[in-house]
Design a protein around this ligand. Structure first.
Ligand code: NAP
Length: 334
């Protein structure tokens, strides 16, 4: 029987925050795998902030999408038919599938395929704490900034997969970890679920004063996930020779013009600006997983998911993510 594949295509380029009307849902027929190919059924789709730039052709390695193009994205999938000797029926994989229910692949490396080794963590964790966001945090914390005992580590978007994981990894190194997030609920997750020492809500008018109280010895490391004014303001509290991990600029992704920075303050503070690009660490995925899987299994590294069910809800859920309203890793379950 022919399988029907629902997929999400671009209807029009978003202006500012993406909305549901920027996308359309289309049904196509699924072809059977030819020699060397396999067919996988997607189980979870990851929604990530970089996709906003990818759609507009502003994210590294991505060309601007046109009307009718499939929206790109990573999925956890199960191989259901295979004529490929590497990927067998029943294998659970992470694959660059796009926003759709089925993916037909030749198994080439450019599809970013990785077989998921069984662990006690949920399958969807391979798109969050044990996936690209987790690898990003590990690279920024363990490989680049290396927090040490007693240093003060501040991280923004603290309830999300990158911020939440980064803060927990820094805490495991003995740092004093303070999150910054956009609501009371997110701050409560950072402190009560992830175990941060404190979290400050930047929508509170006194947040910079509160941050200073929570960081009595100043900030030694700032893991920046948001950019813009918040980056400027938090940098004012950085200690001399402090490190800033430049990871994401999500506060700017919907804007045509990006917030400008006064770089003078960074010179005055002799700040060490460290930039992380997760793609540089893909060849160290196994090394990362060897650290992260035992931590997740022993619940020393926790995660939180913000999940909807059904591909039809992907545009709405993406719009929620790009409005900063997600609470945890944004996912679509099929
Ligand atoms: N460098 C790399 O290789 C790399 C790899 C992966 C991700 N990243 C970046 O890391 C950052 C965090 O990613 P994530 O997947 O963990 O995302 P996330 O935290 O799940 O979601 C984004 C969060 O950003 C905050 N935010 C602040 N201003 C925003 C705005 N104007 N619009 C939307 N969100 C806003 C919101 O949290 P609050 O309400 O708490 O502010 C929102 O929940 C992003 O900037 C992403 O692009 C970088």
């Amino acid at each position: 029987m022919t399988k029907i594949n629902k997929q999400v295509q671009l209807e029009q380029q978003p202006e500012g925050k993406p909305t549901e009307k920027d996308f359309r849902i289309v049904e196509t027929e699924v072809s059977s795998p030819k020699d060397g190919e396999f067919l996988a059924k997607n189980l979870f789709l990851s929604l990530d902030p970089y996709m906003r730039g990818a759609i507009a052709g502003k994210h590294m390695g991505h060309t601007r999408l046109n009307q009718g193009d499939l929206i790109g994205g990573r999925c956890v999938s199960e191989v259901i038919e295979s004529n490929n000797s590497t990927y067998k029926v029943g294998d659970r994989i992470v694959i660059e599938s796009g926003w759709q229910e089925y993916v037909l692949s030749s198994g080439q490396k450019e599809h970013g395929i990785r077989i998921i080794n069984s662990s006690k963590a949920s399958l969807s964790a391979s798109l969050g704490v044990l996936g690209m966001p987790g690898l990003t945090s590990w690279a920024g914390v363990e490989c680049l900034s290396k927090p040490t005992l007693g240093e003060t580590f501040v991280v923004t978007a603290a309830a999300g997969p990158v911020g939440g994981t980064a803060g927990q990894l820094a805490k495991l190194k003995g740092a004093h970890v303070v999150g910054v997030a956009g609501s009371k609920e997110k701050c409560s997750i950072a402190v009560n679920h992830y175990g941060f020492d404190a979290c400050v809500n930047y929508n509170d008018p006194n947040w910079l004063e509160n941050l200073s109280k929570e960081c009595p010895r100043g900030i030694d490391l700032y893991f920046d996930n948001v950019g813009g004014l918040v980056l400027d303001q938090i940098s004012d509290q950085l200690n001399l020779y402090g490190r800033i991990i430049l990871c994401g600029f999500v506060s700017q992704y919907n804007n045509k013009e990006w917030h400008g920075h006064n770089l003078g303050k960074y010179v005055g503070k002799r700040a060490n600006l460290l930039s992380v690009v997760v793609y540089d660490y893909y060849d160290r995925f196994e090394e990362f997983l060897n650290v992260a899987i035992p931590l997740v299994e022993s619940e020393k590294l926790k995660y939180k998911e913000d999940k909807v069910v059904g591909i039809d809800l992907a545009p709405k859920h993406f719009s929620k993510l790009m409005s900063g309203e997600n609470v945890g890793k944004a996912l679509v379950e099929f």
